[in-house]
Design a protein. Structure first.
Length: 134
């Protein structure tokens, strides 16, 4: 499978909620506060609203992220936010860097702090499920 064949949103959807089958994803994660089938955190939601204010105006975190279609669109927009941020710091935009930014946070990747065990497992799970990617 080449990187072009991999849909990052589908990868995230699988990794975060097993394509929405894990119904606990529809309640705020007690550890991180993440919500929805793509497990977006409040800070990510605020970044999305800041970058795309007209698109997300009036929608609340809890409302948007429990709706599967809106959550997918929000996750897509968050990947755009991550990409823009990485470009500002000359970080290569690859499947691995986007997944790392999504899971560990953009700042962690930019600072080169590395990922914790949970983040490393996240990338390993993605590779095991979807095959090789850069």
């Amino acid at each position: 499978m080449s990187e072009k064949d991999i849909n990052i949103l589908d990868m995230i959807h699988y990794l975060e909620s097993r394509y929405g089958k894990d119904k606990s994803a529809y309640k705020p994660n007690p550890k991180s506060g993440a919500l929805g089938p793509y497990q977006l955190k409040r800070g990510a939601w605020e970044d999305i609203q800041r970058v795309f204010p007209d698109k997300w105006k009036g929608l609340k975190f809890e409302e948007a992220l429990i709706d599967d279609n809106l959550a997918r669109e929000a996750a897509s927009d968050y990947l755009k936010v991550i990409s823009m941020h990485f470009r500002n710091f000359n970080i290569p935009i690859t499947t691995a860097s986007l997944l790392a930014g999504y899971k560990a946070g953009m700042g962690t990747v930019v600072k080169g702090e590395g990922m914790n065990e949970e983040g490393i497992k996240y990338l390993e799970d993605a590779r095991n499920e979807f095959g090789y990617f850069e």
